[in-house]
Design a protein around this ligand. Structure first.
Ligand code: FMN
Length: 399
């Protein structure tokens, strides 16, 4: 369920009912932030919402802030859901047209989370072709516009346009949330990027992994509501929003982080390119130039094998195999030997794909002997398909 909910209140008579809505959401333990339009202030005071929600009601885009963050952007990023109730004909029209001229509409444009509108207006306004066309457009754009109730309106007219009751709005928002965030409550642990094995204070052994595949997987799982922990080697990528980041450098620190966080994970995806070898001795001082030099390497711990051995009954363990030949054979052998549930085979023989590239070529092999060829695509699209396959396999196989 959402943690942070923005309730947008616009200027209609039904604004008084939003006090109950905010109260009910707050009682559920949500962090509720109310944004009111200037016209909503004609109907209900900001103080009512501030007292019920325990947070300042925001009414002005240019409000002075102590910490100088851009409030409509920071709130939009923090929000798990926005509910606009009542949504006036005016607000529906503005959002459908991309107008952002006050705090509510600006925040709506900046939000990536699900948005629910509970329209409320006079029947003639609601049935007007422009309003209906705005509602159709909003639904097509991915917003969730509720129907209205039919009955006696505040203006004494009888017909459609009555705002749904707060409990119905909450039930609708719950159903939207559950359908979009079907991985809510699932703990996903992902490793990504390369490791660096120190030779001396300035040199190291590493590889070409960019981390893009692992970061895309983390983003895809976050987008479906999973609690994602991303253990990352050194990469130059932005952390996915709402993922818990654990930054590591060496294979040893990656192993420690992965085994520690694996204990609470429902799904573990090992996507990092971990060094197989590390220098036997690390020099404390910079090694001076010689005519020749040899470096003795020792094996690092096999993280995937350790995770496979420690795997609990309902845990799904997913590995990646980057191969250049005998693809299916090597992938299936690794699935078996590491006690994996799924292995993602990555054909790295094709130029421009795989390591460091934006595209990849993935085939999945499952423990139940099924296979899924996901083909060549961008890492973002493949990540969504991989996460979907893992989730469906988990539904099928765990109790
Ligand atoms: C008493 C009164 C009640 C109103 N009720 C509604 C309403 O229920 N729905 C609506 O769309 N507009 C209603 N309006 C008109 C809006 O307040 C008006 O369109 C306003 O510009 C909306 O501003 P906002 O969308 O920025 O809050 C009402 C106006 C008055 C004076």
């Amino acid at each position: 369920m959402p943690k942070t909910v923005i309730v947008g209140v616009s200027g209609g008579i039904a604004a008084y009912k939003s006090a109950y809505l905010v109260s009910a959401l707050t009682k559920r333990g949500y962090d509720v932030h109310v944004i009111m339009t200037q016209n909503a202030l004609e109907f209900v005071s900001a103080l009512t919402f501030e007292t019920i929600s325990g947070n300042a009601a925001i009414t002005d885009t240019f409000m002075k802030r102590e910490n100088h963050d851009v409030l409509h952007v920071s709130l939009a990023k923090k929000a798990d859901m926005v509910i606009v109730a009542p949504a006036t004909a005016n607000v529906l029209g503005k959002v459908a047209s991309g107008i952002a001229d006050d705090m509510l509409t600006t925040t709506l444009l900046a939000s990536k989370c699900p948005v629910v509108f509970a329209p409320a207006m006079n029947t003639a306004m609601y049935e007007d072709a422009v309003t209906q066309s705005n509602i159709t457009k909003l639904n097509e754009l991915g917003y969730h516009v509720m129907d209205t109730g039919i009955g006696m309106l505040a203006c004494r007219d009888e017909g459609a346009g009555r705002m749904k009751e707060p409990d119905e709005i909450i039930a609708f928002a719950d159903s939207v949330f559950e359908s979009l965030y079907d991985m809510h409550g699932i703990n996903v642990l992902i490793s990504a990027g390369p490791t660096r094995e120190a030779i001396d204070p300035v040199r190291y052994l590493s590889n070409n992994s960019s981390g893009k595949m692992g970061y895309s997987l983390a983003q895809a799982a976050v987008s479906r509501g999973a609690n994602v922990t991303l253990v990352s080697g050194p990469v130059s990528l932005d952390a996915p929003e709402k993922a818990q980041m654990i930054n590591v450098v060496s294979a040893q620190s990656m192993e420690q982080a992965m085994t520690h966080h694996a204990k609470n994970a429902d799904i573990i995806i090992s996507c990092a390119a971990v060094a197989d070898y590390t220098p036997a001795n690390v020099s404390d001082t910079k090694i001076k130039k010689n005519d020749d030099m040899s470096l003795r390497l020792i094996r690092t711990k096999d993280i995937l094998k350790i995770l496979g051995e420690a795997k609990t009954e309902n845990q799904i363990l997913v590995g990646f195999a980057a191969e250049t030949n005998d693809f299916d054979k090597y992938a299936k052998a690794k699935l078996e030997s590491k006690n994996l549930d799924i292995i993602a085979l990555n054909d790295v023989s094709r130029p421009g794909e795989g390591f460091g590239a934006d595209t990849n070529n993935i085939k999945l092999f499952f423990k139940d002997n099924s296979e899924a060829d996901l083909g060549v695509d961008s890492k973002e699209i493949l990540a969504k398909s991989i996460i979907n396959s893992i989730f469906e396999y988990r539904l099928k196989t765990t109790r």
